[in-house]
Design a protein around this ligand. Structure first.
Ligand SMILES: C[S@@+](CC[C@H](N)C(=O)[O-])C[C@H]1O[C@@H](n2cnc3c(N)ncnc32)[C@H](O)[C@@H]1O
Length: 386
């Protein structure tokens, strides 16, 4: 029942923001968001712009996920990756003491954070309210260690789980069941009994829970009127397309939610709700940018994780993009690779091999991004093919 109310409030709030989105200031002075006949909303230049123009400099990521495999090899502040070298700098409990008493006398595991230098560690620690995020991370890490020690007798048949057809009704039913049965059963339990309800935490569940923990933390302190927050609230959710393609994801999402529900400390637990959680994950599917190793060619670089930039999520894909995306540390820059006239749609390339013939590109977009590419290049090449 509670969940229905929460969902209704979220839906009304978001639809108000969608209306307000048109009235609010632009994401950039150089382009505006407009609706397209196909492909939803997209970015269009306000004026003629020369090649090399930075149309958007995005530093306001909301949530980032470093793959488990690279958790010690990527700096958790500047995202440096040094060819597989383990980052040497970690946080000690003594460094946290000036920030608060919370970890005094407790065994602190380092919250799963690694940094390339004391400077990056200090920058990370300088963020407002950072102890809340560190407590969340530390609790998730302790949960992972607990699960590794406890082991699992579950034998997950991925193939079987992925063959169960999923539609919107199934998704709603599963979440409703969690809200009606699991949450009321667990919420009144003592902490030790609650811990026994923790689903087996795989590496992927751990990484996803960390990323959501970070997003909840950032959303808690983000100005609700900021363009970043408003953009985030109206991001397209790809929950249904992704979950129906990979049905196993539904049980995965529920396990991540249960993990967060049990492990998040009160300051972040208060930020967790099913509609918010579903919007965060639904927005990540199809909007997140890959965090790639820098300085290597496309075929040779490591995929280190992903992050979300709400303001940069309105760029559509084109197989002949006029905007290049370049990561500079914690920042994503979007730079014109040619001159454009006023009113031109500004497009980036999503992760796709643009040297493939049109059939291959169409298949890649369908398989990885769940849409039929209608970019100018595909449209004209498809006309020639048929
Ligand atoms: C990152 S979002 C881009 C913004 C999106 N158009 C919106 O309204 O939120 C990606 C989604 O935009 C649409 N899209 C992007 N590029 C497209 C293209 N070349 N052809 C058709 N649809 C496209 C698809 O629905 C895709 O899932």
């Amino acid at each position: 029942m509670l969940y229905h109310n929460e969902e209704l409030i979220e839906t009304v709030r978001r639809s108000q923001i969608v209306e307000e989105m048109d009235l609010m200031g632009p994401i950039s002075d150089l382009f505006q968001i407009q609706h397209t006949p196909f492909g939803g909303r997209a970015c269009f230049s306000n004026t003629s712009l020369p090649r090399g123009t930075v149309v958007l400099d995005a530093e306001d990521s909301l949530g980032e996920s470093i793959s488990y495999e690279f958790r010690k090899e990527v700096c958790h502040y500047c995202l440096l990756y040094d060819n597989g070298k383990v980052m040497k700098c970690r946080i000690n409990a003594s460094e946290l003491e000036p920030l608060g008493e919370q970890f005094k006398g407790k065994r602190f595991q380092g919250a799963g954070l690694w940094f390339c230098s004391p400077q990056c560690r200090d920058e990370f620690l300088r963020q407002d309210h950072i102890l809340e995020l560190i407590s969340g991370y530390e609790s998730l890490l302790n949960g992972l260690l607990f699960c590794q020690k406890r082991g699992s007798d579950e034998d997950i048949d991925e193939e079987k789980l992925n063959s169960i057809p999923i539609d919107q009704q199934t998704i709603e039913f599963q979440w409703q069941q969690l809200a009606d049965e699991w949450i009321p059963r667990v919420q009144g339990m003592k902490p030790s009994k609650k811990l026994a309800q923790l689903p087996h935490m795989t590496d992927d569940i751990y990484c996803c829970a960390r990323s959501i923990c970070r997003t909840l933390f950032q959303l808690k302190y983000l100005d609700p009127e900021s363009v970043t927050n408003r953009s985030f609230q109206v991001l397209q959710s790809n929950e249904l397309s992704k979950t129906s393609r990979f049905p196993i994801l539904l049980s995965f999402q529920i396990a991540v939610y249960q993990t967060l529900y049990i492990l998040l400390p009160p300051t972040l637990h208060s930020q967790l709700s099913i509609p918010k959680f579903r919007h965060i994950l639904g927005a990540e599917y199809g909007n997140a940018f890959g965090i790639w190793q820098m300085g290597e060619s496309v075929g040779d670089r490591e995929y280190l994780g992903y992050w979300l930039f709400p303001r940069a999520s309105f760029f559509n894909h084109s197989c002949d993009p006029n905007v290049d995306k370049v990561r500079k540390g914690r920042k994503m820059c979007f730079i014109l690779n040619r001159d454009v006239t006023s009113g031109t749609q500004l497009c980036i390339a999503y992760n796709c091999d643009l040297t493939l013939p049109v059939s291959g590109r169409q298949q890649t977009m369908k398989d990885n991004w769940f849409f039929e590419c209608m970019c100018d290049r595909c449209s004209s090449e498809l006309q020639t093919v048929h």
